[in-house]
Design a protein around this ligand. Structure first.
Ligand code: RIB
Ligand code: CA
Length: 321
């Protein structure tokens, strides 16, 4: 039974791809659309990868091309050392993908879908927030029509982690801090799945190997596509596994009871050496502590804890179906 109708806004990207396999296989999820954005690679590459992944795992789902650059700041440097030259771990020559693009820009696709299905669509955003910000700027009415927004991004220092792109900023926030600050300040329900919980959710080599051996084509793909990413994590001192960044946000949509959240308005620094830093004023903070840069904005739910074993078990059970 469909419980969650999702538009997946993504910059595939190895962990994006792993999350997409889960979204395509989970029985309670209907993928309404996939929208691409720059980030882990340029927009041509992330769009081609989105088309490839859709044609392989979700052939009936439309793919709409999104933003090629941030709202204001310069586009980020390529990170082929993390995701590979093709941004899917260089496991095979992907080449041309027959599946056509939707034809609408990603933010137009979002606006049309949300207006057509008021209250039903979840925007699951696991790349820079540019498409969501463009949609809000063109159609502010969608904030009241979206069921919720779930974001992979940010970090709130729970385990001492503030960033991975810089010492102060997580990659999706750093790539377009202006867009993120717009998204977190809009009057819609936003949940933020940041490094505080994704760094706790590690798909180990053994976990990935078990998927390879027991979850058919999907399991073999997840193993293959994660090889390059695992070598990057090993070079980063993360022994024997990968952070399940984007899958964590997908898991939140269907299993939020596995996460502990903290409510409060969130700001994103948009310039300087800490651009992309996410700062929440927790609701528990004294109300007589004036913080006008936060107090005029709606609260977001930031994830500060996770039952990582249960989240990983959910992934394995879903792929084994
Ligand atoms: O910081 C991790 C995030 O940045 C993930 O979404 C990954 O795919 C990259 O986009
Ligand atoms: Ca991503």
């Amino acid at each position: 039974m469909t419980k969650h109708r999702i538009i997946y806004d993504t910059d595939p990207g190895i962990d994006d791809a792993i999350a997409l396999v889960f979204l395509a296989r989970h029985p309670e999820i209907e993928l309404v659309g996939i929208t691409s954005v720059f980030g882990n690679a340029d927009i041509d590459t992330t769009t081609r990868n989105a088309l490839y992944l859709a044609s392989r795992f979700a052939p009936h789902v439309p793919v709409a091309r999104g933003a090629a650059a941030p709202l204001k700041c310069p586009a980020p440097e390529p990170i082929s050392h993390i995701h590979g030259n093709d941004a899917l771990g260089d496991i095979e020559r992907i080449g041309h993908v027959d599946k056509p693009e939707d034809g609408r820009a990603a933010h137009r696709f979002m606006i049309d879908a949300v207006r057509a299905h008021p209250g039903e669509i979840t925007l699951l955003a696991v790349g820079p927030m540019t498409n969501l910000a463009l949609a809000l700027q063109e159609a502010p009415d969608i904030a009241a029509l979206v069921r919720e927004v779930v974001v992979m991004g940010g970090a709130f220092g729970i385990n001492g982690t503030l960033g991975n792109a810089t010492p102060a900023a997580e990659a999706n926030m750093h790539a377009d801090p202006d867009a993120a600050d717009i998204v977190f300040g809009a009057p819609w329900n936003v949940s933020i799945v940041g490094l505080d919980v994704t760094h706790e959710t590690v798909m180990t080599t053994a976990f990935l190997a078990s998927l390879r051996d027991s979850a058919g084509d999907a399991g073999r793909f997840v193993w293959d596509v994660s090889r390059f990413y695992e070598r990057f994590h090993a070079s980063d001192g993360i022994s024997r596994g990968i952070y399940a960044h984007d899958y964590s946000a997908a898991a939140f949509v269907v299993a939020r009871a596995l996460y502990t959240t903290r409510s409060g308005p969130v700001r994103v620094l948009t310039d300087g050496i800490a651009a992309g830093l996410t700062i929440q004023k927790p609701a528990s903070m004294r109300t007589d502590t004036p913080a006008p840069d936060w107090d005029t904005r709606p609260a977001c739910d930031a994830c500060i804890g996770v039952d990582a074993d249960a989240v990983l078990d959910l992934f394995a059970r879903t792929l084994a179906r």
